[in-house]
Ligand binder design. Structure first.
Ligand SMILES: Cc1cc2nc3c(=O)[nH]c(=O)nc-3n(C[C@H](O)[C@H](O)[C@H](O)COP(=O)(O)OP(=O)(O)OC[C@H]3O[C@@H](n4cnc5c(N)ncnc54)[C@H](O)[C@@H]3O)c2cc1C
Length: 462
């Protein structure tokens, strides 16, 4: 058994762990990065990047099939070659993974350990069966994994998760997607546009991350027109029959549906990877889900020399948050016990559906009624959106009555990923609605729709 002493041990070499390692080193500490699985990060290997590659192929197919309204006719057929689609997804994905792996390869060998880590006590880790690491402080950056309910586990390899999709060599013909969150909607719509017969089944009425009832209802209508979308389905049975899965569910309209699929893609949420860490060996306080109780501002677990960053803490499972939290946790771990609050950016989240879904700042559900006014725009008659035939969408912006400050927005609509950045920057700069309306708006652009929503809110404040 090898024994190593270090200042900071980081468990998990994903986006959070890598930035924790760099931050700890930059703060002058000795650091060791421990990875149990393959290097390359969830984002690059099976998350953000391959999903966007699949969506890019789906958009190409969709645009090619929807030119007639412009007077542009494609003679002949648009043929989707599933093997070529998946080959590009995988080869471009491998390229992105290669950059991450090259970065890890360039790290000093003494700073890296392979193997799954578990705690022996607050400062002592067992890595695989070969090494013990004594660390002055530890960063848990172990990421998250898809939840696989027992009903689907029984389907064996016909129940898949995002990781499996990105190792397909070809596209299947029929897929049931379980879960109407961001991952379920993104992958479901992409597969549907690539010619797969898709049903997306949610259980609790969710449409991505949206909490504003009107925007959510609008989004539900948009997706229901594009593929079979049942956000309130009660799945009663999932039975494997050779290479098929028979699903029986009750739809939101109380209809009993029986359907057969090649795969069930389970996207029913993700859970932090903490089960294998033997946290019971530490003095950390654990919550009902077995997660360490920690301070969201410093990422420190109680007063212990343990920090938790990225998807592992189960709060903001987004790439940029993982990187920011990793940096903060790595810095705090290096200067423990003199920890400081981690700098936070304005909340922003995006679903790369079409139309896109975005949320900035406070969620509608978290705002106190009467404290804010809502400005609205429908993109159906918005000039540039109509020009491009992308005129589906509804945006709500929320403005605080007392301060006149922009506090949040939820919407579905064209160019959502870009408008989300404008709004997140405005929020972080604490702009009032008056200051935002004094900003330039070119013509004709989709952002003019945002201005309509802001103006409506401003009128309500008079
Ligand atoms: C399909 C999909 C699409 C996504 N799209 C987006 C997007 O468009 N935009 C966005 O912002 N976010 C997106 N995300 C979320 C984003 O990928 C994650 O928030 C981010 O990758 C989390 O990084 P992390 O460092 O916390 O975890 P990870 O990158 O998963 O790293 C954790 C690492 O810890 C290792 N590990 C676990 N346990 C141990 C142990 N005991 N010992 C040693 N090592 C261990 C794991 O092997 C892993 O390498 C998407 C996620 C998915 C699944």
């Amino acid at each position: 058994m090898n024994t190593i002493k270090t200042d900071v041990a980081i468990i998990g070499a994903g986006s959070a762990g890598l930035s924790a390692y760099r931050a700890a080193k930059a703060a002058g500490a000795a650091a060791i990065l421990i990875e149990g699985g393959a290097h390359g990060t969830t984002c690059a290997r099976v998350g953000c990047m391959p999903s966007k590659l699949l969506i890019a192929a789906a958009e190409a197919a969709h645009h090619a099939m929807h030119t007639d309204a412009f007077g542009v006719h494609i003679e002949g057929t648009v043929r989707i070659d599933g093997r070529e689609v998946m080959a590009r997804v995988k080869s471009e994905r491998d390229r992105f993974v290669g950059f991450v792996v090259a970065g890890v390869d360039a790290m000093p060998g003494a700073d890296k350990l392979s193997g799954y880590a578990r705690f022996i006590d607050d400062n002592l880790l067992q890595v695989g069966e070969h090494t013990r690491v004594h660390a002055k402080s530890v960063v848990i950056a172990t990421g998250s994994s898809p939840v696989m309910p027992a009903m689907y586990r029984a389907l064996g390899n016909r129940a898949v998760v995002n990781d499996d999709v990105f190792s397909w060599d070809d596209l299947p013909k029929r897929v049931a997607v379980i879960g109407a969150g961001v991952i379920g909607l993104e992958l479901g719509q992409a597969l549907a546009r690539l010619g797969v017969r898709v049903s997306v089944l949610g259980a609790r009425g969710r449409v991505g991350p949206l909490t504003d009832p009107e925007v959510r209802n609008y989004a539900e209508r948009v997706f229901s027109e594009a593929f079979r979308f049942e956000p309130r389905a009660q799945v009663q049975a999932a039975v494997r029959d050779v290479d098929e899965v028979r699903l029986r569910y009750v739809s939101g309209a109380d209809e009993l549906v029986e359907d057969t699929f090649d795969y069930v893609l389970v996207a029913a949420g993700r859970k932090p990877n903490v089960a294998g860490l033997a946290l019971h060996n530490t003095s950390l306080e654990l919550d009902a889900n077995g997660l360490p109780v920690y301070d969201a501002s410093t990422l420190q677990a109680g007063a212990h020399p343990v920090f938790i960053a990225g998807d592992a803490n189960g709060v903001l499972p987004l790439l940029h948050e993982a990187a920011d939290e990793g940096r903060g946790a790595g810095t705090n771990a290096a200067r423990y016990p003199n920890v400081e609050p981690v700098e936070r950016r304005a909340p922003i989240s995006i679903a790369f559906t079409d139309p896109g879904i975005a949320m900035v700042g406070a969620r509608h559900v978290d705002l106190t009624a009467e404290s804010f006014v809502t400005g609205e725009v429908s993109f159906e008659d918005q000039g540039r959106s109509r020009v491009m035939l992308r005129n589906r969408g509804l945006m709500h912006v929320y403005v605080d009555r007392a301060s006149r400050r922009f506090v949040g927005a939820e919407w579905i609509g064209p160019e959502a990923e870009h408008i989300a950045h404008l709004l997140a920057w405005a929020l972080q700069m604490k702009l009032t609605i008056d200051e935002m309306l004094r900003m330039p708006f070119y013509h004709p652009v989709v952002e003019e729709g945002l201005r309509t929503a802001l103006r409506e809110a401003e009128v309500k404040l008079r």
